[in-house]
Design a protein around this ligand. Structure first.
Ligand SMILES: [Zn+2]
Length: 196
């Protein structure tokens, strides 16, 4: 297995998460080339995991940190508990990080609907219909080809993150009416943030 996820250590550098409508979020990301599987890539994946855990989120794709590359990280299993009530400090445990590079779906079947959110679309939570069961082929940080079968939340999360690599955000999967409503809301929200 790969070094980044095997005996995972919760450490790294926190990266800045870009928010909608940043153009990197609507750009199709590039494949990671064979010569790019190096220590720098491992460092990047480590930092992406750290950023995801701190956000906190269950998935983070490279375009969300402003990098248009076909890479994402997920963990749908970790625990996050407040150290003491109201302290605002959290203890994280039971990490189960996964790193996907150049992922490709081998199978998609069934239906599942789940309320999704996104670190790049703050404050938006909506039901999205996805495939229930998937098989994905991908490369690990050593460039080795791996395959994973996923159901339920892991399957949903992988599809959500893979969409980011194709320049798709989850509101693109809603009706036109809802999509336009949230687009306007997010643009307004961002403008307001920039001026305050
Ligand atoms: Zn997202």
């Amino acid at each position: 297995m790969e070094q980044v996820v095997e005996n995972y250590k919760y450490e790294g550098k926190e990266l800045e998460i870009v928010t909608y409508p940043d153009p990197v979020l609507t750009t199709v990301a590039e494949e990671v080339k064979p010569e790019e599987f190096n220590d720098e890539l491992k460092e990047l994946c480590k930092n992406m995991l750290y950023t995801m855990y701190n956000a906190p989120g269950i998935g983070l794709a490279a375009p969300q940190i402003g990098l248009s590359k076909r890479i994402f990280v997920v963990d749908v299993d970790y625990d996050r508990e407040e150290t003491s009530e109201g302290s605002g400090e959290y203890t994280l445990s039971n990490f189960n990080p996964k790193v996907f590079i150049n992922p490709k779906f081998k199978l998609k079947e069934g239906d599942i609907t789940y309320q999704e959110g996104c670190l790049s679309l703050p404050g938006v939570y909506e039901d999205v219909k996805r495939y229930e069961h998937i098989v994905v082929e991908y490369q690990n940080t050593n460039g080795e080809v791996q395959e994973i079968e996923a159901n339920e939340l892991l399957s949903i999360c992988i599809q959500h993150e893979n969409d980011h690599l194709d320049g798709i955000v989850f509101i693109d999967r809603l009706s036109n009416l809802k999509k336009n409503f949230f687009k306007k809301k997010l643009i307004k929200q961002k403008k307001l943030q920039a001026t305050t």
